[in-house]
Ligand binder design. Structure first.
Ligand code: FE2
Ligand code: FE2
Length: 304
């Protein structure tokens, strides 16, 4: 063996060790939301569906006009919107993981973990769908444009931007879910959904972060601006589409007016910054945030 091959061999061995550890963790601790959540339970009187300070309109003039019941109803629809967007994201992620398995060596622990993660995302999407059904609210479909962009992403995304896109979706929601798990004014079923998702996503985040670092280190310099631009576009799409403007109609508000108020709302911008805090720090460290996409990140409000 040439000495120049040694670092590549060590990196491949490290990748297999991480996948092996994640596979053992998956076997030891994972959930089946069909069995582990009592979907026949009714919503608990007085418990909320979203912490008020995370509502997009919190603190605005429109918010002041809403009754406590309307605020609770809006929170329910906003949670349904995030769950709907989660299904959209996970469907994309499952296709990206399938691509990893299709191209790779199924006898490797790496590909076996990609398959295990797909199985978990599959259960998560079913869990989010059941949550929407349980709340008795609509599935908030992304716009036709976002739907088409998602399809394009499954075909074109590769390298650090692909893993970064996955992480943006996973880590922003993870921050809100951790807050909700700790909040006993929340509906118990929503807390349980979040508990399951946090535990299983911790493995996914570890896997994607390692893959991002690995692919960023091997990225040709000339490709960096393209990868950054793709990632900045994904950041803006995620930040703008977590909450569908259609949710505002549920409390009798004008969708366009409420959307404008939400986007201008300092409290909502702070919620986005809070959601992006950890993933932004990681992507910056990896050199994945910067020109020509800095403006896209600013517009997303994921960075202050
Ligand atoms: Fe998930
Ligand atoms: Fe995930």
């Amino acid at each position: 063996m040439k000495t120049s091959e040694l670092p590549a061999r060590a990196a491949a061995a490290g990748r297999e060790r991480l996948a092996d550890r994640l596979l053992r963790s998956t076997a030891a601790r994972s959930y089946d939301p069909e069995l582990d959540i009592d979907w026949s339970a009714l919503p608990v009187e007085g418990k909320i569906f979203l912490p008020e300070h995370r509502s997009t309109l919190y603190g605005t003039a429109l918010w002041e006009r809403l009754s406590p019941d309307q605020r609770r109803e809006l929170g329910k629809h906003e949670t349904a919107s995030v769950a709907s967007f989660g299904i959209w994201l996970e469907c994309i992620l499952m296709r990206l993981l399938a691509k990893e398995a299709y191209e790779g060596d199924p006898a490797s622990r790496h590909v076996q973990y990609a398959l295990a993660e797909m199985a978990e995302e599959c259960r998560h999407s079913t869990m989010f769908a059941r949550l929407i059904e349980w709340m008795g609210v609509p599935y908030y479909r992304p716009s036709r444009r976002v739907h088409a962009l998602g399809r394009l992403l499954t075909v074109t995304a590769h390298g650090p931007a692909m893993w970064g896109a996955i992480l943006i979706g996973e880590e922003i929601t993870d921050r809100y879910q951790r807050e909700m798990v700790a909040d006993d004014s929340m509906q118990p079923i929503i807390r349980m959904v979040n508990r399951i998702h946090i535990l299983e996503e911790a493995r996914h985040i570890g896997f994607a972060r390692a893959e991002l670092a690995r692919s960023a280190a091997r990225l040709p310099r000339a490709e960096l601006p393209v990868q950054r631009a793709l990632l900045g576009r994904v950041a803006l799409i995620v930040a703008r589409n977590l909450i569908s403007p259609e949710v505002y109609r549920s409390v009798g508000l004008d969708a366009a007016e409420a959307r404008r108020a939400a986007l201008a709302n300092p409290a909502h911008r702070e919620t986005l910054r809070y959601g992006g805090e950890k993933i932004v720090a990681f992507l910056r460290e990896a050199g994945m945030i910067g020109p020509p996409a800095t403006g896209l990140w600013r517009r997303s409000h994921l960075i202050a």
